[in-house]
Ligand binder design. Structure first.
Ligand SMILES: [Zn+2]
Ligand SMILES: [Zn+2]
Length: 182
């Protein structure tokens, strides 16, 4: 399914919910684009600053991977959420993430229409990432899948049965990378 163009939605939301403040001389003051396929741990983000090379960046990026098979309301809700961040940063010029200004604007947008609802967290199912590590208990041999290394985590079963429920270094998990056979 081809991705829907974001700019028309941006312009409409800007007119309807941001008093056209996110456009100056008919140009958006924040750029809006779809991500490549790699962004998969969030439905979207807003960023403003400099890239590692020093290049300035001010953009809203929506995850094609997360949103491509969801209804348009999911795209609108995500874009609108990120537009609130851009509006707080670029128009109000306040350092705030999901604070009182965010909540107030979200509430008034949600109350003013019923096509989509903005939430503080993007509540869309994320594509499942396979675990990358096995955490292995050196004491009982239990293997648990982990997405990231969690240092110092001990086997609960062994701590409970051998050490009266207290953390003990004898059952701190050791990690082994998961080899994917696919
Ligand atoms: Zn946010
Ligand atoms: Zn154990």
């Amino acid at each position: 399914m081809p991705l829907i163009p974001l700019l028309p939605i941006f312009h409409r939301l800007n007119r309807e919910h941001f008093a056209s403040s996110l456009v100056k001389e008919s140009k958006p003051i924040v750029s809006v684009k779809w991500s490549d396929g790699r962004l998969r741990n969030t439905a979207g983000f807003y960023r403003h600053g400099r890239k590692r090379g020093g290049e300035r960046v001010c953009e809203i990026v929506l995850s094609s991977r997360v949103l491509e098979n969801l209804p348009q309301s999911a795209v609108e809700s995500t874009l609108c959420h990120e537009m609130i961040h851009a509006w707080i940063d670029l128009v109000l010029k306040i350092p705030e993430s999901h604070g009182p200004n965010f909540h107030a604007r979200m509430k008034s947008i949600n109350a003013s229409q019923s096509q989509f609802q903005v939430s503080v967290r993007h509540q869309f199912p994320l594509p499942v990432k396979p675990p990358r590590w096995w955490g292995i208990c050196p004491s009982c041999g239990l293997r648990l899948p982990y997405k990231r290394l969690a240092k110092g985590v001990a086997c609960k079963r062994c701590c409970d049965t051998l050490y009266g429920g207290k953390w003990h270094s004898n059952c701190v998990l050791i990690y082994e990378p998961v080899i994917n056979e696919t």
